[in-house]
Design a protein around this ligand. Structure first.
Ligand code: IMP
Ligand code: MG
Length: 191
């Protein structure tokens, strides 16, 4: 799997050091409030675990599933909620966690659903990565761990065609790997 990576953008130690800071900031901001962390799966899975361990407050956790990328390296433009009901966040202060802010469609749709239909008191957004691009939807994250250039990245929860989420760092795939997998092949070392 490591052989498929062209370059590492953010090492594991750099990610975790930054999460120490982010966790402290969020802990300060949410102290004394009824807090629910709502995570958008699957991309935020590793980020969620490491961030939660750094927020020593009473809180509940809810996960929701959203499909926006339908298998490629660019956004399909359509965001779909994958379950029938919204998490119970009425009257709560929500920290909405996602892996990456790209076009902004996912975060803005989910934030609106939680604030308008699920009755959250306040919704703050938190992403691991903020891509330096012009957003299709005007939204900024309240908390962002890192800003990255407009490149397709994998690892630490982020996938390409479902793979590479388990890399402990964030990196860029070799172009030939992207092409090879488009043709239906699996990552290096799969079998
Ligand atoms: P947005 O709705 O365009 O902001 O897209 C957000 C979603 O697209 C994220 O939750 C990711 O699942 C996916 N995404 C955007 N950029 C990347 C990337 O560079 N690598 C992997 N997934 C990405
Ligand atoms: Mg995602």
């Amino acid at each position: 799997m490591q052989d498929d990576i062209a370059k590492i953008l953010l090492s594991e130690s750099r990610i975790l050091a930054r999460l120490d800071e982010l966790g402290e900031q969020i802990t300060r901001d949410f102290r004394g409030k009824p807090m629910t962390v709502v995570a958008i799966l699957n991309g935020s899975c590793l980020f969620l675990g490491d961030l939660l361990r750094r927020i020593p407050l009473p809180l509940t956790v809810e996960c929701i599933s959203v499909a926006s990328y339908h298998g490629g390296t660019s956004s399909s433009g359509k965001v779909e909620l994958m379950q029938k009901s919204l998490p119970a966040v009425a009257g709560r202060n929500v920290l909405l966690v996602d892996d990456i802010l790209d076009t902004g469609r996912t975060l803005s749709m989910v934030r609106a659903l939680l604030a308008e239909f699920a009755g959250a008191d306040e919704v703050r957004t938190c992403v691991l990565l903020r891509k330096r691009v012009e957003r299709a939807v005007a939204i900024e994250a309240d908390y962002a761990a890192f800003e990255i250039p407009n490149e397709f990245v994998v690892g630490y929860g982020l996938d390409y065609l479902g793979h590479y989420r388990n890399l402990p760092f964030i990196g860029v795939l070799k172009p030939e790997v992207i092409e090879r997998m488009k043709g239906g092949l699996e990552p290096a070392g799969s079998r």
